[in-house]
Design a protein around this ligand. Structure first.
Ligand code: XMP
Length: 622
C-alpha cells in the first residue's frame, strides 16, 4: 500500500491533516519531527505540519536534513513551509507579516498544487513569522499583499504553503490536498477508512474484560458517544454513569442531561450535586497548594482546580459503589483537540499548551499512565464524534448538540480585582492605529485579557471594544477592522462590538469578580436569553450555529459587569468564525438580546458581540 508520512512539527492541526489525507484514500503515519531519513524509507510522500517554533531561533527543533534528499514529493504547511525555505537557503523572519484568521490571497493556478482554483482564494492563516527571501530553484506561487504565501520547486516536487489547507476556513483546502496527493505525488486511492465503531468496541473489550467502568457524562455528544460505545461493548452491570453538577452548568442543563442519558441504555446512572465541593475546597495539586475556586482568578488555575475536582468527586462516588480506580476504569469523552490544546506529550512532543482541558489534568494523566482510562474518542475531532453518534443511532438532539465545556461557566465568568484601567501606552498605540483607519468605529482597550491561539501558541492578550452604530453597524467593515487590529497590534487577540449604546461613554475599569452562586446565576439568565435568540433556525429550517453562549466580563464604565455574546460557526472546533447576523443566525437576534436583557432588569453595563475568529482568539474566553 502506498503511504504518506506526516511529520509533526507541533502544529494544532496535525491530526486534521492526517484525517484529510486518509479521507482521500491514502494511508498515513504521523511521525515526530526528529524522524531520520532512514525511518522514512518506504514512504511515497511527506507533509510537514505547522508548529509553534521559529526556524530562525537558536532553540528551533532539529530535524534530519537528509529527509530532503530522499526525492519524495513534499508539502510544507505553515512552519513546514518555513522549514523548507530555511533548509534550501531562503530567509524566514519575524515582523514581515503577521496574520491570524481567514484572509484572501493571490494564487497561481499554473502551479499543480493550485490546479483548478481561481486566482483569489480564501484561506486560514496563523503565523507570526513569514518568508522574506525565497530559495533558489523555488518560485512564489501564492502571496498576500506582496508577501510570499506559497513556494514551488517543480524539479524537486517540493511545495510549501504559509496557510492551512487542512482546515475548513480554507475554502478549497480539500482540492489543494487532492492536487498534492493525486496530481503531484500520483498516489491512488488504496486505503479505506476503518470501521470506527467495530474498532472501538474491540478495544474496549480487550482493555476492560470483566472489569467495571465509571463513565463521566456531561450531556454533550462526546461523553454520550463514549457511554453508548461502552454499553454496546460491555454488559449493563459493568457500566456506571455519573453526571456531576458542579454549580457551573447552564440554566436547566443538568435536568435536561439526565433525561437524555436515560435514552443511552445506561442502567446504572447517578447525578451528583457538588457545587459546594467545587467552589470551596482548597486543594494540593502536583505538590502545589491551591486556594478554593471561589478565591481564584487565574484561568489556568481555575481549569486545574475544576479538572482535579471532577476526579475527586468521581472517586468519592466510586467508593460508595465499592469501586476504586486501582481496579475499575474511568470512562471519558476526551477528544483529540482537548489533548492537543492541553499540550499532551503523548499526542505531540512539539505542540504547545493552549489551555488545560478538564479531562487532561495531571491526576487523569497519572491514571492514564496506569492504563485505567477509557477514551473512545481519543483520535477523533468533533465532526467525527457526531458522525459516530448518528451511526450508533443516538437521538439527533444529542448528536448535533452544541458543546458545553467540562469546566462550564467556570471559564465563562472572568475573574479579576477591582479598579484596574487599561495600560496607557497600549491605549495610545491603539488610538494611533485607529487614527490611520478610515472606519466608522471608535476603539477602547479594555483592562481585561482573554485566551487566544496565535501561530500555534497560547496567547493571553487584551480585548478591544469597538463602538459606533449601536445595533446597526456595517458588519462587513466591522469584521475587516476586527481582523486587522490583532494582526497589527501584538497585544490584542480579541475584538468585541458594543451593541447596547453608541459609545463606551467613559473610562473602562475592572470590577471585582469571583466564581460564586450570584455571578453564575446572573450569567445563567443572560446565557438563556442569548442562546434562545441565536440558536434559532434559518430559512432552510436549520440552526447554523456550532456553539453559542454568554460570557460574564468583569469590566464596565460603572460598577456593573458586562456581557459578551459568543456565537461561532465551525465543524472541528480547531478553527472557528464569528457567526454573522442575518447570514448564520436571524438578523433580529442581537436587538432581541439587548431588549430582553434590559427588560429582565439584569444588572449589566455593556452588551458586546464577539467578532473574533479562532485564531486569533479561542472559542471560549479562558
Ligand atoms: P476553544 O475555547 O479551545 O474551544 O476554542 C474549543 C471547543 O472545546 C470546548 N472546550 C472544552 N471542552 N473541556 C471540554 O470538554 C474543556 O476544558 C474545554 N475547554 C474548551 C469549547 O467549549 C469549544 O467547544
Amino acid at each position: 500500500m502506498e503511504k504518506l508520512a506526516i511529520i509533526d512539527c507541533g502544529g494544532q492541526y496535525t491530526k486534521v491533516i492526517d484525517r484529510k489525507i486518509r479521507e482521500a484514500g491514502v494511508y498515513t503515519d504521523i511521525l515526530p519531527m526528529g524522524v531520520s531519513a532512514e525511518k522514512l524509507q518506504g514512504y511515497d510522500a511527506m507533509i510537514l505540519s505547522g508548529g509553534p517554533a521559529s526556524v530562525w531561533e537558536s532553540g528551533a527543533p532539529t530535524y534530519d536534513p537528509a529527509i530532503f534528499d530522499m526525492g519524495i514529493p513534499t508539502l510544507g504547511i505553515c512552519y513546514g513551509m518555513q522549514m523548507i525555505v530555511d533548509h534550501f537557503g531562503g530567509t524566514v523572519a519575524p515582523e514581515v507579516k503577521t496574520e491570524y484568521g481567514q484572509i484572501e490571497i493571490d494564487v497561481d493556478p499554473t502551479c499543480p498544487l493550485f490546479a483548478g482554483l481561481s486566482k483569489r482564494e480564501k484561506v486560514l492563516m496563523s503565523h507570526g513569522d513569514a518568508v522574506s527571501v525565497i530559495p533558489e530553484g523555488f518560485r512564489t506561487v501564492a502571496s498576500t499583499g506582496g508577501v510570499c504565501a506559497g513556494v514551488w520547486n517543480e524539479k524537486l516536487r517540493i511545495a510549501g504553503v504559509q496557510f492551512h489547507p487542512e482546515v475548513d476556513p480554507t475554502v478549497h483546502g480539500v482540492e489543494i490536498l487532492h492536487n498534492f496527493v493525486r496530481g503531484i505525488c500520483g498516489l491512488k486511492e488504496t486505503y479505506a477508512l476503518e470501521d470506527r465503531i467495530e474498532t472501538s468496541i474491540r478495544a474496549i473489550r480487550e482493555k476492560v474484560g470483566d472489569g467495571k467502568v465509571v463513565v463521566l457524562v456531561s450531556g454533550g455528544v462526546d461523553s454520550a458517544v463514549t457511554a453508548a460505545l461502552l454499553v454496546r461493548a460491555l454488559k449493563p452491570e459493568q457500566v456506571y454513569g455519573i453526571h456531576i453538577d458542579h454549580g457551573m452548568m447552564r440554566k436547566n442543563e443538568s435536568d435536561l442531561i439526565c433525561e437524555n442519558l436515560a435514552k443511552l441504555g445506561l442502567t446504572q446512572m447517578q447525578r451528583i450535586n457538588a457545587e459546594d465541593a467545587f467552589f470551596h475546597t482548597p486543594l494540593v495539586i502536583d505538590g502545589e497548594q491551591y486556594a478554593p475556586l471561589s478565591e481564584t482568578c487565574e484561568p489556568e488555575k481555575k481549569r486545574a482546580i475544576i479538572g482535579h475536582m471532577f476526579f475527586v468527586v468521581t472517586e468519592e462516588a466510586a467508593k460508595k459503589l465499592d469501586l476504586d480506580f486501582e481496579t475499575a476504569f474511568l470512562g471519558q469523552g476526551t477528544l483529540r483537540p482537548d489533548l492537543i490544546e492541553s499540550g499532551n506529550p503523548d499526542v505531540s512532543g512539539y505542540a504547545k499548551k493552549i489551555k488545560t482541558h478538564h479531562n487532561d489534568v495531571g491526576i487523569i494523566r497519572a491514571l492514564r499512565d496506569k492504563g485505567h482510562v477509557i477514551e473512545t474518542n481519543w483520535d477523533w475531532h468533533k465532526d467525527e464524534v457526531r458522525q459516530v453518534a448518528r451511526m450508533l443511532g443516538l437521538d439527533e438532539e444529542i448528536a448535533s448538540r452544541q458543546p458545553f465545556p467540562g469546566p462550564g461557566l467556570g471559564v465563562r465568568i472572568l475573574c479579576t480585582d477591582d479598579g484596574k484601567t487599561a495600560d496607557a501606552e497600549k491605549s495610545g498605540l491603539l488610538a494611533d492605529f485607529m487614527a490611520g483607519q478610515d472606519v466608522p468605529f471608535a476603539a477602547a482597550l479594555a483592562p481585561i485579557q482573554s485566551v487566544g491561539v496565535q501561530g500555534d501558541h497560547r496567547s493571553y492578550r487584551s480585548l478591544v471594544i469597538l463602538s459606533g452604530a449601536g445595533l446597526t453597524p456595517d458588519f462587513d467593515t466591522l469584521y475587516k477592522t476586527a481582523k486587522t487590529i490583532p494582526n497589527e497590534l501584538n497585544f490584542v487577540n480579541r475584538v468585541a462590538y458594543l451593541l447596547n449604546r453608541r459609545e463606551v461613554g467613559g473610562t473602562l475599569h475592572s470590577v471585582r469578580s469571583r466564581i460564586c452562586r450570584e455571578e453564575a446565576d446572573l450569567l445563567r439568565e443572560a446565557d438563556a436569553i442569548v442562546t434562545s435568540e441565536i440558536m434559532r433556525p434559518m430559512a432552510d429550517g436549520k440552526c447554523h450555529i456550532a456553539q453559542c453562549f454568554a460570557v460574564l466580563l468583569p469590566v464596565g464604565v460603572g460598577d456593573k459587569f458586562s456581557i459578551a455574546v459568543r456565537a461561532v460557526v465551525t465543524n472541528d472546533f480547531m478553527t472557528a468564525q464569528s457567526a454573522v447576523p442575518g447570514v448564520d443566525f436571524p438578523e433580529d437576534a442581537l436587538a432581541n438580546i439587548v431588549r430582553r436583557i434590559e427588560a429582565a432588569g439584569l444588572p449589566v453595563d455593556m452588551i458586546l458581540y464577539d467578532v473574533t475568529g479562532k485564531p486569533p482568539a479561542t472559542v471560549e474566553w479562558e
